[in-house]
Design a protein around this ligand. Structure first.
Ligand SMILES: [Fe+2]
Length: 250
């Protein structure tokens, strides 16, 4: 049933990164997403420094066009938008102003930071770029696994935080599962997404992961996490929820 869920993080583009291996696999993943209640995805291939960003975006649009043609032929109603999982490491000193690829036509960026190290240092540097960002799978960063309350620093800096549905059921290991469940319980997560890489992954996340989610929070909260919070951010204008004292505190 279409519940209008929106997935802002998935490696749906075939033959692009470590995600879907073929256009047929992408279509199977999209069918699984439709079956689970999704109606829209942002295809977010890895964007890493050194990439030709404009080429990545051109190829993404071309693949989305080809996928959409198949969906139409099959009568599958689904919206696919461009995007990227932009890797940001402050030590790489990224100078190219066009490096970051936004989610669709918005000025919101999905950003992944290094898994090891002090996340708040990365967040400080990202904050200085002035970009509006959603920080990908916060439960997977080592220092946040060690101290999940550190997520509040990311939120005080004005960023939204995203957690992978698969983390709730241990797809990335026990410690990350514990962290994701803690963050959910403490209401520190803004957005849930699939971060699907292949059809096998899709099956686990969309069947077991969403079922588990239903046992953890109320339906209204699920709708917030899988649709409303980021829809508000991307489409309905964005008031940067920055804690004004952030810069002073840091
Ligand atoms: Fe990802």
């Amino acid at each position: 049933m279409n519940k209008g869920y929106v997935d802002i993080h998935a490696h749906l583009l075939y033959e692009t990164d470590d995600g879907s291996g073929s256009i047929e696999e992408t279509v199977k993943i999209l069918q699984a997403l439709i079956d689970a209640g999704f109606s829209t995805s942002y295809a977010t291939p890895h964007n890493i420094p050194g990439n030709d960003t404009s080429l990545l975006l051109t190829k993404s649009k071309d693949k989305i066009q080809k996928i959409s043609e198949i969906l139409e032929k099959k009568g599958m109603d689904y919206t696919l938008n461009t995007g990227a999982e932009n890797y940001f490491d402050a030590s790489l000193n990224i100078q190219d102003p066009d490096y970051f690829i936004p989610l669709g036509d918005s000025d919101i960026f999905l950003v992944e930071i290094p898994f090891i190290g002090e996340s708040s240092h990365q967040i400080d540097a990202l904050h200085k770029t002035g970009r509006r960002c959603i920080i990908a799978h916060v439960e997977r960063y080592l220092d946040i696994v060690q101290n999940p309350d550190k997520v509040t620093i990311l939120k005080q800096a004005g960023f939204m935080v995203q957690t992978n549905v698969g983390s709730l059921i241990g797809v990335y290991g026990f410690e990350i599962m514990k962290t994701a469940n803690y963050l959910l319980k403490k209401d520190l997560i803004d957005v849930l997404a699939t971060d699907i890489h292949d059809i096998h992954h899709a099956d686990i996340i969309l069947k077991k992961g969403l079922k588990r989610l239903e046992t953890l929070v109320r339906p209204a909260k699920i709708l917030q996490l899988l649709k409303e919070n980021h829809a508000a951010l991307i489409h309905a204008g964005y008031e940067k929820p920055e804690d004004k004292s952030y810069s002073n505190k840091r």
